[in-house]
Design a binder for this molecule. Structure first.
Ligand SMILES: [Zn+2]
Length: 122
């Protein structure tokens, strides 16, 4: 694998995680973003199976107990395990996945371009 790798990982004052990547991308990941993107089997099942939970305008619970990244530990060479303040820690985030979450160039085979869909000019 020759993808971008983190040059530095830091906690921001707001509780987000900031990763500076070897390709120059500087991305900030909020705990909520990471938690919602948790790639573990349990979370994928929840996201895929049931209807999404209703979005309530009042985030009382979240305000009482703000979600935080409790720990981030390397898993092998190419992934991080992230432990959240809600106790969930089974998600393993590969570097590719993290880079993509941060807005990096992910594999985007279906990305619409000017060549797709429109009538080709003669
Ligand atoms: Zn999970």
């Amino acid at each position: 694998m020759t993808g971008p790798v983190p040059q530095s990982i830091a906690r921001t004052p707001r509780g987000s995680v900031e990763i500076v990547w070897s390709d120059g991308l500087r991305a900030e990941y909020s705990p909520r973003l990471l938690r919602d993107a948790c790639p573990c089997a349990t979370c994928r099942e929840i996201r895929g199976a049931a209807a999404p939970p209703p979005l309530l305008p009042v985030l009382a619970a979240a305000e009482l107990v703000p979600l935080a990244v409790a720990a981030m530990r390397p898993v092998g060479q190419y992934a991080y395990g992230i432990e959240f303040s809600d106790g969930h820690s089974s998600g393993i985030y590969t570097l590719d996945y993290l880079h993509e979450l941060g807005g990096g160039r992910g594999p985007a085979p279906g990305q619409p371009g000017p060549e797709s869909g429109g009538p080709a000019p003669q």
